[in-house]
Write a protein that binds this ligand. Sequence first.
Ligand SMILES: Cc1cc2nc3c(=O)[nH]c(=O)nc-3n(C[C@H](O)[C@H](O)[C@H](O)COP(=O)(O)OP(=O)(O)OC[C@H]3O[C@@H](n4cnc5c(N)ncnc54)[C@H](O)[C@@H]3O)c2cc1C
Length: 437
Amino acid sequence: MKNLTAPMQFFPDTGWIDRPSQLEAAVEGEQSFDFAVVGGGVGGMLTALRLAENGRQVALLESDVLGWGASARNAGYLTTAVGSDPAILAKFYADRFRGLVRLADAAVHFSEDLFGHYSIDCDYEQTGVLGSAVTASQLKQVKTSAQILIDAGIDSEIVDGHDLGVPDTFLGGVYARAGGILNPGKYALGLRDAVLRSDVTVFEQSQVLDVQDDGDSVTLVTRRGRVQAKKVVLSNNAHARELSIVPRRMSNPVWTTAIETEQVPPERLDEAGWTSRIPMVTMHMVMESYRTTTRGTMVITTRQLQMPRGKLTDHLPDQTIVADLVRAFRTRFPTLSDIEPAKAWGGWIGMTPAILSVVGEISPRVLYVNACNGHGLAQAAYLGHHIGDYLSDKGMHEDLQVVWRPKPRFAPGVVYPPMLRLAWLADRITDRLGQVH
Ligand SMILES: Cc1cc2nc3c(=O)[nH]c(=O)nc-3n(C[C@H](O)[C@H](O)[C@H](O)COP(=O)(O)OP(=O)(O)OC[C@H]3O[C@@H](n4cnc5c(N)ncnc54)[C@H](O)[C@@H]3O)c2cc1C
């Protein structure tokens, strides 16, 4: 097996796109608005945009640059993924499982419409997404889960890998026809441009350090100033728990790593059996994802998750995890073993206890949302839009209702360090026992 031989570029943020050189000013002094949104990822940007489009006066406060969190760093799958294992969801969320499926599907179509609406060129390709087994036991399992999703109304089919034009190492599974892949860096910055063109007042470089609800209005405290608002939306993903007002256990932060290869000639992808170029995720406990890009490279993500050892800071990817991702790539694409990794980066994901989007109120003035969970690119934007409408007195959309929490209380989550290590080990044992090559 090859180790990392070629020099790679390691990024503390994203390898998809360059950071904007011009940043918006930070909050200074005392400011007052009707609404304020904390966190400028796709979720926060869509909330603020919708409020402004509804004629509301709104400020958006972002620690760094709009879009520069998970939104600009992800794998770029616009996916109808619902949450954790469909069998578990169908059992424990029986009353709203169909609603969760409907939300996931609507979120993808909503995001596709956004690109045209805001003239965002983000290299979107409507490919669908294959959830593929790499072992016979996974295949059996994925067929059962797929049937549950299909019965609940998701636009998917159970497929054999051969029929879909993917490499032999991917045995097939569930092919979701909706969705596809995009360049998330271009998407996030395209949305940022739309926000900057709108009536939203944007403060970048403005980390909210504290949220003080005095029962009448809410004050957001930043290093150099304070923003007062009648209503506030907390849309700060993995960083939620840094604010003491956020419900305990609402989400756990995990760090996810991505690598990008050097360019792969198209004929080499054909030889590898990937004639369809359909993006894939594996059915491991901690999935692997494989996709092509319009710049002729491949992007591979996840396989291992890390928990923070203290503060949630951006950092360079861990060499061992990068090497493990490269090992996975070489195993799944044996004929591309000479293709070198070129870049690596990563980002923080907020994982909710049931790995489902959550929205609710801490008080009549403070609303929280976390739609990330590693598959929330479409849902964060879609729910943000509906939160904007809800706060503009347009009522609660049924897709917002389905993830709305009546009380800000959460059960303990399933994500903690030994469990992540065990999941990785279990996945490697599954790989070894199920080796087909
Ligand atoms: C490597 C990786 C791969 C992924 N792959 C996929 C994928 O293929 N498909 C998919 O659907 N999802 C994927 N995801 C998840 C996806 O990126 C998220 O679901 C989505 O971006 C969530 O958007 P958001 O607005 O909720 O969060 P973010 O984009 O993280 O935005 C939150 C923002 O809040 C800001 N912030 C935090 N604290 C504060 C504060 N106190 N004050 C002010 N601002 C604050 C942050 O700086 C950040 O910009 C992936 C994530 C990662 C990291």
